[in-house]
Design a binder for this molecule. Structure first.
Ligand SMILES: C[S@@+](CC[C@H](N)C(=O)[O-])C[C@H]1O[C@@H](n2cnc3c(N)ncnc32)[C@H](O)[C@@H]1O
Length: 273
C-alpha cells in the first residue's frame, strides 16, 4: 500500500478514535504499557519523548515518573490525539508535558541526542516505514539513552484479529497490512538491533481482553484507528453485517453474555549505546 495513503488512513482514523479510545482501550492495554514503562526504567529529572502517544496514557505515566524536574514531549500523527493530550496536560497542571503533531518516521525539529528515553507504546504496527521510525527514535536519544516499544503479538494469539479481513472485504483494500509483522517471532527485537540499538531484550506477554457484552467488544474493535475511518463511511447495512461477522468471529471466546478474548503483546527495550 502507498505509504502516504497508509499515513492518511492512520491520521484521520485515529482522529475519529480520540474520544472513545480510553473507554475502549485503557484497561486492555495496561499490561503492555506497564511493562514498557518498567523496561524503560524512567528516573526523576529525565527527558522523555513519547512517540505515537495517543490520548497520553503512557505520556502521563512517564510525566509522573520524571516528576516536575523532568520533561515529556508527546508526539502523534493525529491532531485530535495531540489536542487531547494538550487539554489533559493543562487540566492536570502538568507544565512539564508538551505536545507536537509529528509522524514517527520524521521527528522534525526534535534535535539529535535530546532525550534520555524514547517510548512507543502500541504505535509501530501502524507505521509504514518502521526502520525510519526506529532510526528517528535512536537519533533523538543521547548516547546511553533507552528506547522501549510495545506492539501486539502474533496474529494467531490475538483472538480479535479477524477485524481486519472483515473490514478489508468491505472496502476491497488492505486496512493495515503490516499490523502483525513486528509481533511475529523475533521481529521487534531484530528491528531494534538493525536500527543500531544495543543490549536489546524483548518479552511476550499473554493477555485477555474482557468485554461485558458483544456490543462493547464490537465498539472497541471498530473504534480502533485503522478500521475507524472505513467503518465511519459504511452505510447502516454494511455496519450491521460487519459487526455481526466480528461478533461471530469472537464467538469461541464467549463466556455468558461477555467475552474473554486472548491477546498477546511483545515489549522490547534497547540502548542507544
Ligand atoms: C493504539 S494507539 C496507542 C496510543 C498510546 N501510545 C497508548 O499506548 O495508549 C496508536 C497511536 O499511533 C498513532 N499513529 C499511527 N500511525 C502513526 C505514525 N505514522 N506516526 C505517529 N503516530 C502514529 C495513532 O494516531 C494513535 O494515536
Amino acid at each position: 500500500m502507498d505509504p502516504a495513503l497508509q499515513r492518511r488512513i492512520q491520521r484521520y482514523g485515529w482522529d475519529r478514535a480520540a474520544d472513545t479510545y480510553e473507554h475502549s482501550w485503557a484497561e486492555q492495554l495496561k499490561p503492555a504499557q506497564r511493562r514498557l514503562l518498567q523496561m524503560a526504567a524512567i528516573k526523576p529529572g529525565e527527558r522523555v519523548i513519547d512517540i505515537a502517544c495517543g490520548t497520553g496514557l503512557v505520556t502521563f505515566a512517564a510525566a509522573d515518573l520524571v516528576m516536575t524536574s523532568g520533561q515529556v514531549l508527546a508526539t502523534d500523527i493525529s491532531e485530535r490525539m495531540i489536542e487531547h493530550v494538550a487539554d489533559q496536560a493543562a487540566a492536570r497542571g502538568a507544565a512539564h508535558v508538551s505536545t507536537r503533531r509529528l509522524g514517527a518516521e520524521k521527528l522534525d525539529e526534535v534535535p539529535d541526542e535530546s532525550y534520555d528515553v524514547a517510548l512507543c507504546a502500541l504505535g509501530l504496527m501502524y507505521v509504514p516505514d518502521v526502520p525510519s521510525a526506529l532510526a528517528e527514535m535512536r537519533r533523538v536519544l543521547r548516547p546511553g539513552g533507552r528506547a522501549a516499544a510495545a506492539v501486539w503479538g502474533a496474529r494467531a494469539r490475538c483472538g480479535w484479529a479477524d477485524i481486519f479481513p472483515i473490514v478489508e472485504s468491505r472496502v476491497k483494500s488492505d486496512v493495515c497490512p503490516m499490523f502483525f509483522q513486528l509481533g511475529t517471532g523475533p521481529s521487534l527485537q531484530l528491528a531494534l538491533e538493525a536500527a543500531g540499538f544495543q543490549n536489546v531484550a524483548s518479552e511476550r506477554l499473554t493477555t485477555t481482553l474482557h468485554y461485558d457484552t458483544a456490543d462493547e467488544a464490537a465498539d472497541a474493535a471498530f473504534a480502533g484507528g485503522p478500521v475507524a475511518m472505513a467503518y465511519s463511511r459504511f452505510d447502516e447495512d454494511t455496519r450491521r453485517s460487519a459487526r455481526a461477522d466480528y461478533i461471530a468471529s469472537i464467538a469461541p471466546y464467549r463466556i455468558g453474555h461477555g467475552y474473554a478474548i486472548p491477546g498477546e503483546f511483545v515489549v522490547a527495550r534497547g540502548e542507544r549505546g
